[in-house]
Design a protein around this ligand. Structure first.
Ligand code: ABN
Length: 185
C-alpha cells in the first residue's frame, strides 16, 4: 500500500473515532443532566414531608393576653360577634350592632356564623343581615371568615350582597343579631 493511501486511512479512522467520542460525550452529558433534574424533582417532592417546628403558633395561643391592648368594642372588627361578618359595620354608619341605620332596612336573607365569646366562654349563633336601600357606608370594613368557605361553595361563602332578595338591593352596612347559644348538639 502506498504511503498516501495509508495516511488517508489513518485520517478517516481519526475522524470516525472523534465523531464517536463526541456523540458519546454529548449523550453522557445529557444523561447526567437528566439525572440531576430527576434528583432535584424527587428531593423537592420529599421536602414538604420533612418535619417542621410549628410550636410557635401554639406558644402564641397560650401566651397571656396583652393587658395594654384595649378590649375590642362593637366598632372594632375583632369584636367577638363579628367573627364571620364581611362588610361595613353598621355601628360606624349610624346604626347599632343589631339595628340598621335610619333610611335602610334589614335584608330578607342572611348569613349565619358561630362566634365564641371569651367573656362567658360560650359560642353563639349570629345572624349577619345586610342593611339595604342606602348607598354603601364605606366605614369600618371588616372581613371575618370563621366557618366561611371559598366562593365556589356559595352556600357557605359570605362575600355576598344579602340585599339581593329585597326590593332595594343597594348595600349599606351589616348588623350582627344574636340568634341563640350554639350548644353543639
Ligand atoms: N354582605 C356584605 C357584602 C355586600 C356586598 C358585597 C359583598 C359583601
Amino acid at each position: 500500500m502506498s504511503d498516501i493511501i495509508v495516511s488517508r486511512l489513518i485520517e478517516a479512522f481519526d475522524r470516525a473515532a472523534e465523531a464517536a467520542f463526541r456523540r458519546s460525550a454529548q449523550a453522557i452529558g445529557r444523561r447526567s443532566a437528566l439525572g440531576t433534574i430527576g434528583k432535584l424533582l424527587v428531593g423537592g417532592a420529599m421536602f414538604p414531608v420533612l418535619p417542621f417546628d410549628r410550636s410557635g403558633g401554639a406558644r402564641a395561643a397560650d401566651a397571656p393576653k396583652d393587658a395594654s391592648r384595649p378590649e375590642a368594642t362593637d366598632t372594632d372588627c375583632d369584636y367577638w360577634r363579628y367573627c364571620a361578618l364581611d362588610g361595613f359595620l353598621c355601628t360606624c354608619c349610624g346604626g347599632s350592632v343589631s339595628a340598621c341605620p335610619p333610611g335602610s332596612e334589614p335584608s330578607k336573607v342572611n348569613w349565619v356564623g358561630t362566634c365564641h365569646n371569651a367573656k362567658d366562654g360560650k359560642s353563639y349563633l349570629v345572624s349577619y343581615n345586610d342593611c339595604c336601600g342606602k348607598t354603601t357606608c364605606g366605614r369600618c370594613l371588616c372581613n371575618g371568615n370563621v366557618g366561611e368557605r371559598p366562593g365556589y361553595r356559595m352556600g357557605v361563602h359570605n362575600d355576598i350582597n344579602w340585599c339581593m332578595a329585597n326590593t332595594q338591593t343597594m348595600y349599606h352596612c351589616t348588623v350582627s343579631v344574636l340568634v341563640g347559644v350554639a350548644d353543639g348538639k
